[in-house]
Design a protein around this ligand. Structure first.
Ligand code: HEC
Length: 158
C-alpha cells in the first residue's frame, strides 16, 4: 500500500468514527448540563448561580470599600441584626461568611427579594426549610444592599 492510500483510509476511518454529530467540548457539555439543572428548577443558569431578583447581571467586585462597609454596618444593626448574628445561628443563619459561600449577586438578590428567593431558588428554599422562618424585605434600596454587601465582605474570613 502506498503511504497516500494509508493516509486516505485513516482519514476516512476517523471521519466515519465521528459520525454525523460534532463531538462536544467539555465546556459545551458542562454548559448544557447546567442549563438542564437550572431548567429543572425553572431558572436560568444565571439565576441558579446568582439568585432571582433585580440583580440580573454579574457585578464587578473591587477591593472592599471601608467607607461603604461602615455605612453597611449601620444598616445591618438597624435592619438585620434582629435576625442575624455574625457567628451564631439565630432566627436566620450566622452571616459572617455569607459572602464567601454565595456570589455577591446572590447576596444582593437575597437582600432585595427574599420572599421570591425562598420560593424559587433551591438553596434559599433549603435555608427556609432549615430555619423555618421567612426572611422579609427590609425596605432597603439597591444602594443600601450594596453597602450591606460591602459590610458582609468586610467581616468574612477570607
Ligand atoms: C425576620 C428575620 C430576618 C431579617 C430581618 C433578615 N433576615 Fe436574612 N435571613 C433570615 C432567614 C430566616 C434566612 C434563611 C432564609 C429564609 O428562611 O428566609 C435568611 C437568609 C439570609 C441570607 C442568605 C444566607 C445564605 O448563606 O444563603 C442573607 C445573605 C441574609 N439573610 C442577609 C440579610 C440582611 C443583609 C438583612 C438586613 C437587610 C437580613 N438578612 C434581614 C432572616 C432574616
Amino acid at each position: 500500500m502506498t503511504t497516500r492510500l494509508i493516509v486516505f483510509l485513516l482519514t476516512a476511518l476517523i471521519i466515519g468514527a465521528c459520525g454525523g454529530e460534532e463531538p462536544k467540548s467539555k465546556e459545551e457539555s458542562n454548559a448544557s448540563f447546567k442549563e438542564k439543572a437550572a431548567a429543572r428548577f425553572g431558572l436560568t443558569v444565571f439565576e441558579l448561580d446568582n439568585g432571582v431578583g433585580p440583580i440580573k447581571e454579574n457585578i464587578e467586585l473591587k477591593p472592599v470599600n471601608k467607607e461603604l462597609a461602615a455605612m453597611g454596618e449601620k444598616l445591618f444593626i438597624e435592619k438585620c441584626s434582629q435576625c442575624h448574628k455574625l457567628d451564631e445561628r439565630y432566627t436566620g443563619p450566622a452571616i459572617r461568611n455569607a459572602s464567601k459561600d454565595r456570589s455577591p449577586e446572590y447576596i444582593l438578590n437575597m437582600i432585595l427579594n427574599p420572599e421570591e428567593m425562598t420560593k424559587k431558588h433551591p438553596e434559599a428554599k433549603k435555608m427556609l426549610a432549615m430555619y423555618a422562618n421567612q426572611m422579609t424585605f427590609q425596605n432597603v434600596t439597591q444602594d443600601d444592599a450594596f453597602k450591606l454587601l460591602e459590610y458582609l465582605r468586610s467581616v468574612s474570613n477570607n
